[in-house]
Design a binder for this molecule. Structure first.
Ligand SMILES: Nc1nc2c(c(=O)[nH]1)N(C=O)[C@@H](CNc1ccc(C(=O)N[C@@H](CCC(=O)O)C(=O)O)cc1)CN2
Ligand SMILES: Nc1nc2c(ncn2[C@@H]2O[C@H](COP(=O)(O)OP(=O)(O)OP(=O)(O)O)[C@@H](O)[C@H]2O)c(=O)[nH]1
Ligand SMILES: [Mg+2]
Length: 454
């Protein structure tokens, strides 16, 4: 974090692809004069110096001290004010050999480049006005997206989905602020406070609330949820685990206590990343291994987002589990299942959902129930911009509070110049979200979380 570099005028270089052997690797540079500087280590200087923006050029990277060839490459040229960073910039597409990459990076250092710090390319894009902070944050989101949905949502933000919303909200608040300013400047004007469009503030509050509601739903796609399969031995937990995975991962048998330690696996449920746990069945255990297994089960249950509790439908709820079952039952994240409903005469009692891992009856309903529990009613609609940054969320909450303070002040007749302060603070929150107002702390915090080369 301390290493963050705000200088945007010097030359930076970084490997943009992983430090690993691969077919190709990309080394990118940015900074005023980076095209000329790259040309110093390129086989045909003129080609690069004269290259158009967005053009690929074929040649060799040359060691500046020995003049020997380092690698056969393609070099892309981007010219300010265009391109990702908005600065002169180049990209070397080389062979993905680690020693080769190292030699090229060394050659760049010899002609005046320094290593870029994490997020420095995106910071430069921000600094040159190519993107606001909501888009800059989306750059890292899109790189680290773990599901297709998370990636689409990040792309929406990268394309300005959040920025547009914030600007709309800002527009509404600004109308009110300028009306107030007119009032303060010309208090004798007719109409008085009636001219202050409080309705716009209500609309702004509404938009903020809607945006905030997308946050928790967005988290789900980004971080995923932990779902645990729990219940007594032989209830069918491992069978259901395997059905979720569509693979025979966990051992299934009619022997009680088959699963001794927990198993976990990531699955996708309509794009929601779910870490699902098969656990050791709960019973009065005798040997120390099983006791430890059950201890772990209890630990996983405590930390789960969703608890799926299976009761063996062919046996029913047994006496020794009633107490713990009732305790779990009151939790909002609890899903009680009645298993083996394919067997003759098994009907789930009230409050239980039936499931069969033999004929899959009840499985798609179970998936829907999980989704409902996960989203708690906050579904995301089609192309909604989904708020994902905690930083942005906190600022929006603060903005909302300030707006409410402002309205309360207006309604209770507090002096206009005082309430004006609240609404201006609301405006500042929005300015901080997009980065019109920034502090070094904010920037350091944000960009230090990026990968190097981004
Ligand atoms: N080779 C390469 N691929 C890449 C990137 C990159 O930097 N290099 N990107 C980096 O993350 C992403 C693409 N992001 C980009 C964002 C803006 C511009 C750009 O040149 N914008 C021009 C207008 C482009 C046009 O409309 O034709 C501009 O802003 O002036 C390019 C790439 C993903 N793929
Ligand atoms: N008929 C029927 N049998 C099932 C169903 N699900 C599981 N079984 C059987 O029930 C027995 C126990 O299944 P498991 O999935 O191993 O049960 P478990 O809850 O993981 O048991 P432990 O690991 O011992 O805690 C096996 O013989 C399964 O074939 C079902 O839906 N219908
Ligand atoms: Mg099992």
């Amino acid at each position: 974090m301390k290493n963050f570099n705000y200088d945007t005028e010097d030359l930076v270089v970084a490997l943009a692809t992983p430090w690993a052997e691969s077919a190709l690797a990309i080394i990118r540079t940015s900074g005023p004069g980076s095209i000329e500087a790259t040309a110093k280590i390129f086989s045909d200087r003129d080609i690069l110096v004269k290259s158009e923006h967005n053009k690929m050029n074929y040649g060799f990277i040359i060691d500046p001290t020995s003049s020997s060839k380092i690698d056969e490459v393609m070099v892309a040229v981007f010219r300010a004010p265009n391109g990702f960073t908005g600065q002169d910039s180049t990209e070397v597409y080389c062979h993905g050999s680690l020693p080769g990459i190292k030699k090229i990076l060394d050659a760049f250092k010899q002609v005046g480049f320094r290593d870029a710090s994490p997020g420095e390319f995106t910071f430069r894009a921000f600094a040159s006005g190519k993107m606001d902070l909501t888009r800059a944050e989306a750059v890292q989101d899109i790189v680290s997206a773990k599901s297709t949905e998370a990636q689409s949502m990040a792309l929406n933000r990268l394309s300005g989905g959040i920025e547009t919303k914030i600007n709309e909200i800002k527009g509404l608040i600004l109308r009110t602020v300028s009306a107030i300013e007119i009032q303060l400047d010309y208090p004798e004007d007719e109409g008085g406070l009636a001219h202050v469009p409080i309705n716009d503030v209500l609309l702004a509050e509404d938009m903020i609330k809607k945006l905030l509601a997308t946050y928790s739903a967005g988290r789900v796609y980004k971080e995923g949820v932990k779902v645990v399969l729990a219940g007594k031995t032989n209830a069918g937990k491992s069978s259901l685990f395997n059905l979720f995975l569509r693979e025979d991962r966990s051992i299934v048998s009619e022997v009680h206590g088959t699963t001794r330690d927990y198993l976990e696996s990531w699955i996708s449920l309509g794009g929601i990343p779910i870490k699902i746990f098969d656990t050791a069945g709960i019973r009065e255990a005798v040997d120390s291994v099983e006791i430890e297994g059950i201890k772990r089960t209890q630990n996983i249950i405590e930390n789960a987002d969703i608890i799926i509790y299976l009761v063996d439908g062919s046996k029913g709820l047994s006496e020794d589990e009633v107490e713990s079952f009732n305790m779990l039952k009151s939790r909002s994240n609890f899903i009680p299942l009645w298993s083996k409903i394919d067997l003759e005469g098994i009907v789930p009692p009230k409050d239980f959902f039936g499931i069969s891992t033999v004929n899959h009856e009840g499985f798609s309903q179970l998936e829907d129930i999980i989704k409902d529990k996960v989203f708690k009613g906050n579904y995301i609609q089609g192309n909604d911009a989904v708020l994902d940054s905690e930083r942005q969320k906190i600022l929006l909450e603060k903005c909302l509070e300030e707006l409410q303070l402002f309205r309360n002040g207006m309604e209770s007749g507090i002096a206009l110049d005082l309430v004006a302060q609240d609404i201006k603070e609301a405006l500042d929150c929005l300015g901080e979200i997009t980065g019109e107002i920034t502090t070094t702390d904010i920037l350091e915090n944000m960009f230090s979380q990026f990968c190097v080369g981004k």
